[in-house]
Design a protein around this ligand. Sequence first.
Ligand SMILES: O=C[C@H](O)COP(=O)(O)O
Length: 265
Amino acid sequence: MEPKPPRQRLVPSTNEAGPIRVGASDSFDPELLVSVRDIEEAETAVSAGVSIVDFKEPSRGALAACDPKVWNEAAKQFAAAMPEDRHIRLSAALGESDSGPELGSLVPPEFSFAKVGPSGCSTAQKLSSLWGSIRLPQSVELVPVAYADHVASGTICPEQVLELVIKSGQRRMLVDTFIKDGRTLIDHFAIEQMRSLVSMAHCHGVWLAMAGSIRLREMQSLVTTGVRPDCWGVRGDVCDHRDRSGRLDPERIGLWQNAMALQAS
Ligand SMILES: O=C[C@H](O)COP(=O)(O)O
């Protein structure tokens, strides 16, 4: 089967993050976020029709930033030059609290999202201050991250992060794993816990993405057991030898897209 074709553009050409379509109970058609480390990999992801192209340096941790020069190049190459019928959004990982505040203002306005990790923010108040310290261009939306392995990353649990997201009126959240040691999201997070997090997010109109060394088969089985986020985020499982520091493999991206298309309803 051919990879899923790019969707019709849902957002205006100003590169705004666009309307939120949180998973309604009667439909399920999640987006795919693929993390890339450079322009060559971004071209691979864009050619494969990935809807969210997320820039990060995978060899330096869960959310390490790329060189901002790569962001600028991507803004020129993909956002400004993207045909109107392509629904592709660019995202930048800003690292954790030690780098997020400094890097936020360098994110190009053509990007839709910037993600910052919560490690070391041991209370809701500290996490809220971190978010408040990130100055992004107006057109770029902050995507708060929660770590499923929150104890190891010295931060509050995903449910508390989601409560804070809701309380502070933010619209999106990504759940990921901080430690990339082969354990995956499901090693840290019970299925029931995932289902109820998605349900709580959707009750409050929050778009929820899930990542964390997820393998294709795990994603399929999570969907089968009723875990239906708005987006799946992946890096390792779409790389050569499933090594997140290796090169992106377009065939593996195609496998994810085909599987997601088959599970969409
Ligand atoms: O934001 C999503 C992450 O890049 C996922 O990476 P991973 O699949 O290697 O954990």
